[in-house]
Design a protein around this ligand. Structure first.
Ligand SMILES: NC(=O)c1ccc[n+]([C@@H]2O[C@H](COP(=O)([O-])OP(=O)(O)OC[C@H]3O[C@@H](n4cnc5c(N)ncnc54)[C@H](O)[C@@H]3O)[C@@H](O)[C@H]2O)c1
Ligand SMILES: O=c1ccn([C@@H]2O[C@H](COP(=O)(O)OP(=O)(O)O[C@H]3O[C@H](CO)[C@@H](O)[C@H](O)[C@H]3O)[C@@H](O)[C@H]2O)c(=O)[nH]1
Length: 436
């Protein structure tokens, strides 16, 4: 099939590339000219493991094209995926302006039956809004489908190609049939397609993300409580997670959830609830607890070092999680801001996300070229992201290079006994303080 993807960010580029790999001809459209030029030159503009290989294979195979011109793409394809941003507005609601703007353009450009497939995360009722907007512009038949995306950054290609479910919300048989064809190779390989109405489909996405955010937050609260009563959250996590009704994934406590999805989707669902007179009390608490959790280690560093003025703090990890260059709503940014306000000096290291942080923080902090340069002369080390390279450091090098042997671990990377032996002051999340 010929497919157009509008928006080539994490979702659009991964979906487009993977759909091309399933044999479709895919025309990716983006308004960002710089990005489109890069892609036309065979460069992937984002960091996403496995993506480059599949991207290059499909460009070479003549199935993946890039343009800034929506009309050019629409001339060859009448299935259009929207993978546009839906960032939080001032009041927390999802900003639909990108989606509605492109929907309007589609309405103006359509010349034959068109299927509009919305992959962006949008509030309940958006399919209807998109439908009404296009309907106001054309007499040509069309359908609007909700097809939310569940991929995770860092594992996006793997997740797209092996989905636990493909959710399709539509109200026309023709639309369902086209969606069946698009995903045929995945459903033939065992992926489950769940068909429903558009509103339920839209809500499935928010409900899933909000549930996962709640699960993490619940564990963060259990971890905080563990510290008060002397229990170990890692043991509690393993004990709880072995009950299949609970499951062992997404139970890792830490310095809060971040990223471009959980924070904005929790906010948007709260706001959508308010619009119909419903208060999501659980989600309001989740947001509040998560906000607090993001900077929970700063007072701990203060407890250890006293006044932070001119203290040298090393930060390992800037991305909101491992395997991505994305720093949207990253805990690192909030921790750094709080430390800077307290007069601390910061040297940070993240081999992949550093370029995005430099764009925001510039020379307010120093950037190390490797994890050991980062800790030279440090009064304390804070670990924010669980990159693999931080998991087995040479503790003897840390001991030699740091001013103090003090680690504040927001991701519980190390074995407590090992840190005890190495003689580090070691504060993690929901576990006992070592050498305190
Ligand atoms: N990032 C994720 O892991 C993820 C996963 C599932 C769902 N989602 C949802 O998917 C949507 C897209 O998220 P993302 O992270 O891929 O966004 P992104 O910000 O990475 O990419 C969006 C792209 O759209 C382009 N764009 C903006 N306006 C445009 C226009 N008028 N025409 C063409 N292109 C335009 C931008 O230039 C950018 O390249 C959001 O609703 C998000 O909530 C994201
Ligand atoms: O046990 C855990 C798991 C995750 N996190 C944090 O939660 C955030 C989100 O992590 P993750 O879900 O892996 O990343 P995203 O790429 O944001 O993916 C989420 O958001 C996407 C956008 O909607 C969805 O498509 C995915 O299904 C959903 O997992 C990160 O800050 C993680 O550090 C934890 O603190 N503990």
């Amino acid at each position: 099939m010929n497919i157009t993807i509008v928006g080539t960010g994490y979702v659009g580029l991964v979906s487009g590339t993977c759909l091309a790999d399933l044999g479709h001809s895919v025309h990716c459209v983006d308004i960002n000219e710089e990005k489109v030029t890069l892609m036309k030159n065979g460069q992937v503009p984002i960091y996403e493991p496995q993506l480059e290989e599949v991207f290059l294979r499909n460009i070479k195979g003549g199935r993946l094209f890039f343009t800034t011109d929506l009309s050019e793409a629409m001339r060859v394809s009448n299935v259009i995926f929207l993978a546009l941003p839906t960032p939080p507005g001032e009041d927390g609601s999802a900003d639909l302006s990108y989606v509605l703007e492109v929907a309007g353009q589609i309405g103006d450009l359509m010349t034959e039956y068109t299927l509009i497939v919305n992959k962006s995360t949008v509030p309940v009722g958006t399919s209807e809004k998109v439908y009404n907007l296009i309907k106001s512009k054309t007499q040509i038949p069309f359908d609007v489908v909700s097809n939310p995306e569940f991929l995770r950054e860092g594992y996006a290609v793997e997740d797209f190609m092996n989905p636990e479910r493909v959710i399709v919300g539509a109200s026309s048989q023709k639309a369902f049939e086209i969606m069946d064809k698009i995903y045929l190779s995945l459903t033939n390989a065992g992926a489950k397609m769940i068909k429903m109405d558009e509103k339920s489909s839209e809500l499935t996405k928010y409900a899933s993300n909000s549930f996962l955010a709640t699960k993490i937050t619940f564990m963060n609260e259990i971890a905080n409580y563990c510290e008060k009563v002397g229990a170990d959250v890692d043991k509690v996590r393993l004990g709880m997670g072995s009950d299949q009704r609970i499951g062992n994934r997404f139970l890792f406590p830490g310095v809060g959830y971040g990223g471009s999805c959980f924070p904005k989707d929790v906010k948007a669902l709260i706001k959508s609830g308010k619009e119909v007179g419903y208060t999501f009390e659980i989600l309001e608490s989740v947001e509040e607890v998560n906000q607090r959790q993001k900077t929970i280690l700063v007072p701990e560093v203060e407890k250890y070092l006293g006044n932070l003025k001119n203290k040298q703090i090393a930060i390992w990890g800037l991305a909101f999680k491992e395997n991505t260059d994305d720093i949207r709503e990253a805990s690192s940014l909030e921790i750094i801001e709080m430390l800077l306000n307290k007069g601390a000096k910061i040297r940070a290291y993240d081999s992949i996300a550093v370029k995005n942080v430099k764009k925001i923080l510039g020379n307010k902090i120093e950037y190390a070229i490797n994890m050991y340069e980062c800790i030279e002369g440090a009064d304390a080390l804070i670990i924010v992201t669980e990159w693999g390279e931080f998991r087995n450091p040479h503790f003897d090098i840390l001991e030699k290079k740091m001013n103090n042997k003090a680690i504040f671990d927001g991701r519980n990377l190390y074995n407590l006994d090992e840190l005890q032996i190495h003689g580090f002051y070691y504060k993690s999340i929901g576990r006992k303080l070592i050498n305190g």
